[in-house]
Ligand binder design. Structure first.
Ligand SMILES: N=NNCCOCCOc1ccc(-c2cn(C[C@@H]3NC[C@@H](O)[C@H]3O)nn2)cc1
Length: 447
C-alpha cells in the first residue's frame, strides 16, 4: 500500500457558486443576471436547463452546512450573487439578499467552518450588461462599489476573499468562443473583458486593504496543461502559446505588471487590440495574499498549421475521460503547479477547484462513484508531489460539494460529492463524500 500523507497545516474545503446552486432566482429581491438571460435563451444550455431552482440552496443552506460539518472541512468556498445583494448592480443594498449571506456565514461559523467568498463567479447583473457589461470600463467601477459593500457587510466575519473566478472563462469562453454568457463571438470583446476583469480585481484589492486589513485576498484563474507531443521547438512553442491564453495572460499582469507580448501581438494579428490606460497595470499588480488555481484536465499537444488561434492540436494519450469528455491528466496538475511556482515564485496557492464529472445516479440510497475517488486520488497524489517539490500549497477545495448547474452543460453533468435530485432537491452523499471525509480526517490516504 502507498500512503500519501499531507502536512497537518493543509486546509481542506468544498466549493460551490451562487448561480449553480441557490435557485430562488426570482425570490428575495434578486434581479436577473446574464446567466438567467443566457440560460433562458433557447439553444444555449443543454436540455433547456437554467438556474431558476438549481439545488434550492437558498432555502436548504442549513442542510448544506450540515453536510459540510459532517465532512470535517475547514473551508467552504461559495460565491455571492451580485444581483441578489445589489439588484440594480450599484446603489442600494437589498436587505433580504444581504440577510441570506449573513445567515449562511453565521451558520458556517457556528459549525467551525471558515467561509471563503468569491465576489464574481460569472453572474453579472443584467442591468449592467444592458450598459455594455464587462466590455464597458464603467463596470469596473460598479464592481469596486459592489466589492466595497461586501467588504463592509462581511469583512468582520470573513477573512478569505476571491475577486474573480476563472477570468479566462468569464472573458474569452464567454465573449470569443460564445459558449458561456453573454455568448458573444468577438475576440476584441474577449480582450477588453479580460483587461477589465483584471482591473476590477486590482481595484477590489486596493479597497480590501483599507476595509479588511486582517484579511487575505486573491483571485482564481483556471489552467490546464498541454504536454508537447515531441521535444521539437514547434510543438513546445505551440503548447506554451496555447497555455499562455489561460496562464500568462492572466498571471503576468498580476505578478509582473505586464501582459505577454506574444499574445498581445497574436491578438493584434486578429484585429483585437489590448487597450490599457495609464496606471492600469499598477492597479492590477497590487500585491495579493494567495492565488486560487482551478485545474481539471490536460493533454498532449502539437503544432498544427492554421489550427485555431494558436496553431495547436490536442493528441489524447488514451481514452480515459470523465463524463464531460475531459481527458484525465493528473500529471498535468503537478506540471502546471511547478511551472507556476518556477515562473511566479512563492505566492501561496489554494487549489480552489479540482474535481471530476461522473453522472452516477442513486442506487438503493447510495451512489457508487469509484471513478471520482480514483480521479481525486490521482490528482491529490500530484498535489502531494507538488508540495514535496516546494510549491506553497495552502489548501485543497474540491469542486463541488453538490451536483449543480454546470453552465452550458446544464444539470446532466454532475461534479458533486453529494448527489442532488433536481426534482425533489434530496441530497445523497456519494461514496466519494465518505472517501473525502476520511482523507480530510487523516490528512491523507492509502492507495
Ligand atoms: N482552452 N481552450 N479551449 C477551447 C475550446 O473550449 C471549449 C470548452 O471550453 C471550456 C473550458 C473550460 C470550462 C470549464 C468548466 N469548468 C468547471 C467550472 N469552473 C467553475 C465552476 O463554476 C465549475 O462549474 N471549469 N472550466 C468549460 C468549457
Amino acid at each position: 500500500m502507498t500512503i500519501i500523507q499531507f502536512p497537518k497545516t493543509l486546509k481542506w474545503g468544498a466549493a460551490t457558486a451562487s448561480y449553480q446552486i441557490e435557485g430562488a432566482a426570482h425570490e428575495g429581491g434578486r434581479t436577473p443576471s446574464i446567466w438567467d438571460v443566457f440560460a433562458h435563451t433557447p439553444g444555449n444550455v443543454k436540455n433547456g436547463d437554467h438556474g431558476d431552482d438549481a439545488c434550492n440552496s437558498y432555502h436548504l443552506y442549513k442542510e448544506d452546512v450540515q453536510h459540510l460539518a459532517n465532512l470535517g472541512v475547514n473551508l467552504y468556498r461559495f460565491s455571492i450573487s451580485w444581483s441578489r445583494v445589489l439588484p440594480q448592480g450599484t446603489g442600494d443594498l437589498n436587505p433580504d439578499g444581504v440577510a441570506y449571506y449573513r445567515n449562511l456565514i453565521q451558520e458556517l461559523l457556528d459549525h467551525g467552518i471558515e467561509p471563503m467568498i468569491t465576489l464574481y463567479h460569472w453572474d453579472l447583473p443584467q442591468v449592467l450588461q444592458e450598459e455594455g457589461g464587462w466590455e464597458n470600463r464603467k463596470t469596473v467601477d460598479a464592481f469596486k462599489e459592489y466589492a466595497i459593500a461586501m467588504f463592509k457587510e462581511f469583512g468582520g466575519q470573513v477573512n478569505k476573499w476571491i475577486t474573480i473566478n476563472e477570468p479566462w472563462c468569464a472573458s474569452f469562453l464567454s465573449n470569443y468562443l460564445g459558449i458561456h454568457a453573454p455568448g458573444k463571438t468577438d475576440l476584441q470583446a474577449g480582450v477588453d473583458v479580460s483587461h477589465h476583469l483584471l482591473l476590477a480585481h486590482g481595484k477590489a484589492v486596493q479597497s480590501f486593504r483599507d476595509l479588511v486589513p486582517h484579511g487575505e485576498i486573491g483571485y482564481a484563474p483556471n489552467v490546464g496543461w498541454l504536454e508537447p507531443y515531441t521535444s521539437s521547438e514547434v510543438d513546445i512553442a505551440a503548447c506554451n502559446r496555447s497555455m499562455m491564453w489561460q496562464k500568462e495572460w492572466f498571471m503576468d499582469p498580476v505578478f509582473k505588471g505586464t501582459y505577454p507580448d506574444e499574445l498581445i501581438n497574436l491578438f493584434a494579428e486578429h484585429n483585437a487590440i489590448l487597450k490599457i490606460e495609464k496606471g492600469d497595470l499598477e492597479v492590477i499588480s497590487q500585491r495579493i495574499d494567495f492565488m486560487g488555481i482551478n485545474y481539471y484536465t490536460g493533454n498532449l499537444g502539437r503544432f498544427k498549421k492554421d489550427e485555431g488561434l494558436f496553431q495547436v492540436e490536442e493528441v489524447p494519450l488514451d481514452n480515459r475521460r470523465t463524463d464531460i469528455g475531459w481527458p484525465i491528466y493528473a500529471d498535468g496538475f503537478y506540471k502546471v503547479l511547478t511551472n507556476i511556482h518556477e515562473t511566479y515564485g512563492d505566492v501561496p496557492i489554494y487549489i480552489t477547484e479540482n474535481g471530476a464529472c461522473y453522472n452516477h445516479e442513486v442506487d438503493n440510497g447510495a451512489v457508487h462513484d469509484q471513478e471520482r475517488i480514483q480521479y481525486l486520488e490521482q490528482h491529490l497524489t500530484s498535489l502531494h508531489r507538488s508540495i514535496q517539490a516546494g510549491v506553497p500549497i495552502r489548501g485543497y477545495i474540491v469542486w463541488s460539494l453538490l451536483d449543480n448547474f454546470e453552465w452550458a452543460e446544464g444539470y446532466e453533468k454532475r461534479f458533486g460529492i453529494i448527489h442532488v435530485n433536481f426534482r425533489t432537491f434530496e441530497r445523497t452523499r456519494k461514496d466519494s463524500y465518505y472517501w473525502y471525509k476520511q482523507t480530510v480526517t487523516n490528512q491523507g490516504f492509502e492507495r
